[in-house]
Design a protein around this ligand. Structure first.
Ligand code: FES
Length: 273
């Protein structure tokens, strides 16, 4: 493989047999897109910096060990990339199987049905069956007095209904947050920070216990630093963060000054939330 090129200098590489020329510093995923090749992804989106957490976009690179994430791997001169080898297809399918094993299987009645990236990616990697028992995904352990989801699972009697819908956060007048559908891709957390410059969201816990939460010790979105800009809702790939269609009569309100995040002008306006 060639030496690193100066930032912005043209770099030539081969992806799935196609020669691609892109500026140095471009990610392999972006270079593949330039060549008209689509690499499955979940945690990457154009509005926030690459993070490399979902591992769905893994590729093989000649001369390099392992299967790096294409979203966080920069191109290099002479690089030869395979995005559709048997090995990466197998890995992606295994990753998706784990995601689906920790996700409610209610697609037919889900508000995101037909507009869900998780659903799209399951199809893209050819997932048909899941070998694992469904988990009690993102269950609020405090409902049982347990200190973690692992402990809550142990406390649940065998055969008890999956309590995955507990503690949906509907405190914000403009959107809802359903932790049962969260895949912890952190796109919302990064959008809040990078697009809006607010730190209203955070990720707490590890493994099955990890979940997105209103930050800075707030119990819910309403009590957090959230300014309802909608960047997190736009970034969410599933039905975890969904716009409410109407503001319900009688919803408690407060006044905030918010800055629109969608262009460089930076208009501020007062909103009643
Ligand atoms: Fe690259 Fe998630 S899209 S790791």
């Amino acid at each position: 493989m060639g030496t690193p090129a100066r930032e912005g200098a043209p770099v030539t590489l081969t992806i799935d047999g196609f020669e691609v020329v892109v500026p140095a510093g471009t990610s392999v995923m972006r270079a593949a897109a330039e060549a008209g090749l689509s690499v499955p992804k979940l945690c990457a989106t154009d509005s926030v910096a690459a993070f490399g957490s979902c591992r769905l976009c893994v590729v093989e690179i000649e001369g390099r060990r392992g299967t790096p994430a294409s979203c966080t791997t920069p191109v290099a001169e002479g690089m030869v990339v395979r995005t559709q080898s048997d090995k990466v297809r197998r890995i992606r399918k295994g990753v998706m199987e784990l995601y689906i094993s920790d996700h409610p299987l209610d697609c037919l009645t889900c508000s995101a049905n037909g507009d869900c990236e998780l659903q799209d990616m399951a199809g893209a990697v050819g997932l048909r069956d899941v070998r694992y028992k469904p988990g009690e995904n993102h269950y609020d352990p405090s409902a049982t007095g347990a200190r973690s989801q692992a402990e809550a699972r142990l406390r649940m009697p065998e055969g008890e209904a999956n309590p995955r819908y507990i503690r949906k956060d509907e405190s914000n007048p403009y959107f809802t947050y359903d932790p049962s559908k969260c895949i912890v891709c952190s796109r919302c957390v990064r959008a809040c920070e990078e697009v809006q410059g607010t730190f209203a969201l955070t990720i707490e816990g590890r493994g099955f216990d990890s979940r997105v939460k209103a930050g800075a010790g707030a119990d819910d979105f309403f009590a957090s630093d959230c300014v309802s800009c909608g960047a997190c809702v736009q970034a969410c790939p599933t039905a975890t963060l969904k716009e409410k269609s109407v503001v319900e009569f009688g919803t408690p309100t407060r006044s905030v000054v918010t800055t629109c995040a969608y262009c460089g002008v930076g208009c501020s306006f007062k909103a009643e939330l």
